[in-house]
Design a protein around this ligand. Sequence first.
Ligand code: 9MR
Length: 453
Amino acid sequence: MNLQRLRRAALAMTGAVALLLGFAGPGHAAADVVLRDLATAKGKYIGVAATASELNISSYASIAGTQFNSATPGNEMKWESVEPTRGTYNWTGGDNLVGFAQAHTMQVRGHTLVWHSQLPSWLTSGTFTNDELHALMIKHVTDEVTHFKGKITHWDVVNEPLNEDGTFRQSLWYNQLGSSYIADALRAARAADPAAKLYINDYNTDGTGAKSDGMYNLAKSLLAQGVPLDGIGFQGHLIVGSVPSTIQANLQRFADLGLDVAVTELDIRMVLPATDAELAQQKADFKAVVSACVAVSRCVGVTVWGLTDATSWIPGVFPGQGAATPYDENYQPKPAYYGIAEALGWTGTVPAAGCTVTYGVNQWNTGFTANVTVKNTGGSAVGGWTYPAGQKVTQAWNATVTQSGTAVTATNLSYNGTISAGGTQSFGFNATWSGSNPAPTGFTLNGTACAAG
Ligand code: 9MR
C-alpha cells in the first residue's frame, strides 16, 4: 500500500472512529524559513489577502503577521463594504486591516476602488445621469483614497476592466462613462494621495494572449496620455499544472513600458481531493510564478489570495476544487509554501513529513500496553491510524483513545493539545489482542501521513 492510500484510508476512518489524537495550534514552517525576510532580501514584498473574519482567526493572523510583509483586504475596501448606504462610510474593516498591518510592519495594497462587482445596491439599482455617475465615482475614489492617505502603498484603482478578448468589459462604468472612466479614476486617486502607486488589476492576463494584449494596449495608451498609472496587477488565479509559460516575458513587457508589475492574487487550484503529485506540481507552480517576479526587476512583489485552504474562496466558487493556497486546512505549510521560499532564495531541505510516530508495545498472553510518541517534524498535530483486527483498546492515558472496528483515533487532553515544532507528545493505552499483535500502520497527523519514528 503506498503512502497516499494509507493516508486516505486513515483519514476515511478517522471520521468514523472514536480515538482521535488532536494537537492543535498554529503551524510553523521549518524554523529558518521566513518568507518576508527572503522576499526583502530579493527586493520584493510577499503579501497575503485577509478578510475581517480571517483576521479574527488567531492562526491566520499570527502566520500572516510573521511570514508576510504586505496585506490586502479581501473585501473590506470594496465599494459595498465602505459605502453600503449612499453618503455613509464604514471604514471599520479597512481600518482594522491597516491597523493589523501597521502592528506587524506590513505594507497595504488597497483593493479596490472602481470595479463592476461588489457594488452597493443603491449604486447598481439607482438611475444616474452620466454626469452624476461620473461625479459619484470621482467622489468615491477621492474620499476613500483620502481616508487611507499615507497608509496604502499601492491601490488597485481599477479592477478587471477587460473582457477575455481584450476589449473593454461591459460594466456600469464603461457602459455609461466609456473607457475614459479608467483615466479619470486614476487621476482622482493621484490627486488624493500622490504617494500611492496606482494600478490596474485583472485576471487571465498573467501570460501573453488576447486579454493581456488588451491590457498592454490600454497601459500604453494611458501612459501616452500622461495618465498617472504606476503599475499593472496580475491576479494569478491559476490552475495546477497550467502556469502560463510566458508569465515572465509578459511581466517584462509591461515593465518595459516603464511600469511596475505585481502578482496580486495568487492561488493555484486543483480538483479535490488533492494528491501528493498535485501538491508537488503546485509547489513547482508557485515557485514558477514567484520566480518570474524575482526575475523581473520591476516586479515589486507577490500576494497570495488567502493564506490557507481552510478559508479560501475557491471551493465556494469552483465546486469540487480547492487546495489552492500555501497552507493546508490545519495551517500547516504545504509544499507550495516551500516553492515560494525556494523562489525567494531559500535553499533548505523541505521537511519530508509533518510527523513521526514511535509505537512501542509490551505484551503478555492476551493483553498489552502500547506507548505512542508523536513527534512534530513540521507543525501541530492530529492523528488517527488503522488498528489491526483482533486488538481492542480498553484504557488510555494522556489522550482520549477511541476505536471503531480496526480504526483508532486519539485526541489530546486539555494539557497536551500542542506539539511545538520539533517537540513530542506521548500517550499510551492498554488493549487486548488475539491471533497476532502487529504494530498498527497508516498513522496520520492533521491528515498528513506520519513516518515511523
Ligand atoms: O476573495 C474575495 C471573496 O471573499 C469574495 O467573496 C469575492 C466576491 O467576488 O471576491 C473575492 O476576491 C476577488 C478579488 O476582489 C478580485 N479578483 C477575484 C477575487 C476572487 O473572486
